[in-house]
Design a protein around this ligand. Sequence first.
Ligand code: PLP
Length: 430
Amino acid sequence: MPSPSPDGQSGQRRPALHATDPEIAALVRDEERLQTETLRMIASENYVSTAVLEATGTVLTNKYSEGYPGRRYYEGQQVVDPVEELACARARALFRAEHANVQPYSGSPANLALYLAFAKPGDAVLGMSLPMGGHLTHGWDVSATGRWFRSSSYGVRRDTGRIDLDEVRSIALHERPKLIFCGGTAVPRAIDFAAFAEIAREVGAVLVADIAHIAGLVAAGVHPSPIGHADVVSTTTHKTLRGPRGAMILCGAEHAKAVDKAVFPGLQGGPHNHTTAAIAVALREAATPEFGAYARAVVANARRLGEELAARGFDLVSGGTDTHLLLVDLTSRGVPGKPAAKALDRAGIVVNHNAVPYDTRRPFDPSGIRIGTPALTSRGIGEEHMPLVATWIDRVVDAVRTGRTGVEEQVRAEVRELTAAYPAPGLPVD
Ligand SMILES: *Cc1c(COP(=O)(O)O)cnc(C)c1O
């Protein structure tokens, strides 16, 4: 049913917001439309369920609860304590961890808390370099973690596109870091947590596995788990895990106190209780067989899309993927990453431009794009659609190179046909 006016439906769905602030109501409605009509392929994004959305929008946002369940600095915790206890218990059960802290506001503060827990300013730390696929908070120089700590970085091998564990070991032996980070934002291949743990043990470092991107895959057993290898695991809750924006830290009992103290009072004040509730809901969902099937489909989609792109002459970093994402070097296609990503966006396929290992272009205008399958898989789009998606990407990228017009509009119309057939979780059906 077409909506009567551009923001008519937001008035129906959110009458109070519409009455109080029609500008924001209309923008929310626009974002809903965008998320409905486009193929969202940013590797860190997803669609949360309606249940998670509902938990996020509750009166729990009104409550202050500095401290931890049973040890708070404010009264009136009769409801908030069991909410946080449920979230922690579900996190421990899902990941088989001895301890869980669900209070970090997001992935970056979760990682900062680990520096506070296990290192002092000026200490050596080691992480994957940002342009090779690491995260800012793993010691990159523009981040506080790179400015306040003596950070060094490892990368991937030029010939294989895979993490160079010999390099990790030799830097670790030379620099003697207090903290070693593994995991990243543009790592298409499975992380060898056992190998990282061996290196960390050899040099006496605390190993942090940052599974922000792959937490949902780990929960479902589709990616090996770092539990039992890494001393501490940090993760966001909003990527493949399909929860609200937030984060968690998991660890063994021996590190529980240090981690909790670092998050509060070390770094944060009151936890975001509405987010904690939504994390609990997402963890309950992630423990279901349906979520297991979802995670397997995410990886199957990425693998199939990789094969289809490779067959069309696209150059995949590391030759493929074990996870939810592909890193594509567009150099051989004669198109830089940014114009390709912008053209794909206009065609209704949303990806991000991304540096590739040993990129000769500048970070703001790199050679590649990163493509992820978590969000479209949440709509039920499957492997059988990947040849079509690869064809769209191929046509749009080729049109950027040749300057051919009309292709973006054509693809956009075709994308809309597919997205209309696969409604997204949490969004209204027009
Ligand atoms: C996304 C991500 C983060 C940071 O999460 P934010 O919630 O954006 O702060 C940290 N580490 C890795 C590996 C990530 O992918």
